[in-house]
Design a protein around this ligand. Structure first.
Ligand code: HEC
Length: 439
């Protein structure tokens, strides 16, 4: 009897210890890393007031111009307002990427033979499905983060870009760092595009190894021996990929899968995908830090509790945990040309938009979104601390192991580029650096 009791007590203790061990791992993973902290920020409450605050993003500005007749959008019988919208919002068609998993408000219209096209620039994302009733558009606002709109694909003068909060069920929670924002999934599908949720790699960012990316997406461009999960439709395709890696890799053309003439471009560009995955998460990060700072300032009058978050933010900004490439990537040269042309160049002609694509995404690993209005719009208390820490990291004064992967020459190059190209930096950024003391 006693033995049985002892046995039960013992097995209970083992179970409890195991449970605690699990909880501890989860707790540490979350507390140590802001990147895992996805609880929803209360952005409907008064401090942010997401639902009621007027947005001044690029789409809201276009809507105003449509209302007062400053601009007209031409309707095309085949693709509706797509071409006119891309032009009006200055989104290059060469950024086209195609996703066939049924991951959208209009899931019924998406399939491997009718994928959803996504286009983007630095602050607008446009979703287009041939034949679907709506175009889905998101924009970045410095105060609100992602702001979402629909546009009916029927001819109307003037057409109306309608702000929607319905989109937040997917774009405003755990998958978007708990703020209104952008997301990219890599979830396998069956032959119809229906999700196989057991087969998902979640939280796709620049930290995700290429081999885990793009399930549910088409991918064009070359990537050498590296494998990825794109262009695989249904279980059999995944099985074949396991036996014969890259049998649908390094594709230039997608016409074997669907009628490519329904889209402005023929491909789903690998380089555009890579940059999207960096950028979407970076946008969410800026929004999250901004929201958290505003809430903390209101609550306590300071942002001292955000140290860990700022550290994680800088790690992402500086690509500290970027997944490295094992072969060169090559995509649509037109996309690369347009993307890099927008870079602010330093005295030596270098910019944060210069691409490497051999072993990593960028030549100088610091996000170009450091120039974005949303970054500069963060409360001064946070921006000052971020810039101070960034300066210490780049000058080598801060030798935190979190940034150990950032080579000395990377630090020097980024510092020089930012000094020449980023406005409103604090004065100490411009002072000559005494290498001996690193001050
Ligand atoms: C059922 C979930 C869901 C809903 C609801 C939803 N989306 Fe999305 N959306 C996604 C997913 C998932 C992606 C990323 C593509 C992928 O990986 O499949 C995405 C991507 C996008 C993108 C490309 C940029 C980005 O964020 O990655 C735009 C633009 C977009 N959605 C707009 C909208 C708009 C506008 C609405 C509301 C009218 C909406 N979405 C509603 C799931 C959803």
């Amino acid at each position: 009897m006693l033995n049985l009791f002892a046995y039960r007590l013992c097995s209970r203790l083992v179970r409890m210890t195991a449970m605690w061990a699990c909880l501890t791992i989860v707790f540490f993973a979350y507390s140590e890393d802001f990147q895992g902290s996805t609880h929803k920020v209360p952005y409907e409450d008064e401090v942010i007031d997401y639902d009621h605050r007027v947005s001044s993003d690029r789409v809201a500005q276009l809507q105003r111009k449509l209302e007062n007749g400053e601009i007209r959008l031409r309707f095309d019988p085949k693709s509706g307002y797509l071409k006119a919208i891309l032009e009006a919002l200055e989104v290059p068609k060469s950024s086209q990427m195609l996703v066939f998993s049924k991951t959208s408000l209009q899931r019924h219209s998406i399939s491997p033979s009718n994928p959803r096209a996504i286009f983007y620039n630095d602050d607008v994302y446009v979703g287009f499905i041939p034949g679907a009733p709506l175009m889905e558009i998101s924009a970045v606002d410095s105060n609100l983060g992602g702001v979402f709109y629909t546009l009916e694909q029927t001819e109307k003068q003037p057409p109306k870009l309608l702000r929607s909060t319905e989109c937040l069920q997917c774009h405003g929670g755990a998958k978007t760092l708990g703020v209104p924002g952008h997301l990219v999934r890599s979830v396998a599908t069956d032959e119809t595009g229906e999700l196989d949720s057991q087969n998902e790699v979640s939280g796709i960012t620049h930290c995700t190894p290429v081999e885990d990316r793009w399930a549910g997406w088409y991918v064009t461009g070359t990537h050498g021996q590296q494998t990825h999960r794109g262009n695989l439709i249904g279980k059999a395709a995944f099985q074949k990929q396991a036996e014969q890696p890259n049998y649908f890799g390094n594709l230039a053309d997608l016409s074997r899968f669907f009628d490519v003439t329904k889209y402005p471009e023929a491909g789903s560009d690998i380089v555009a995908l890579m940059i999207l995955e960096h950028q979407a998460h970076m946008h969410n990060y800026v929004t999250r830090l901004n929201f958290e700072a505003l809430i903390k300032l209101k609550q306590y009058g300071h942002v001292r509790y955000l140290k860990t978050q700022m550290n994680a933010f800088l790690r992402y900004l500086l690509f500290a945990e970027e997944a490295l490439l094992t072969s060169e990537l090559r995509g649509n040269p037109e996309f690369v040309k347009r993307f890099t042309a927008r870079g602010l160049k330093d005295k030596q002609g270098r910019s944060l938009r210069d691409l490497d694509l051999q072993t990593r995404l960028f030549k100088y690993p610091c996000s170009f979104l450091i120039y974005s209005p949303a970054f500069d719009n963060m409360p001064t208390a946070v921006r000052d601390q971020l810039l101070e820490r960034l300066y210490d990291i780049l000058t080598g004064k801060d030798q935190s192991p979190d940034f150990a992967k950032l080579r000395t020459e990377d630090r020097e190059n980024i510092l020089e580029i930012l000094r020449d190209t980023k406005g409103n930096l604090p004065d100490y950024w411009r002072r000559p650096i005494d290498k001996a003391t690193n001050e």
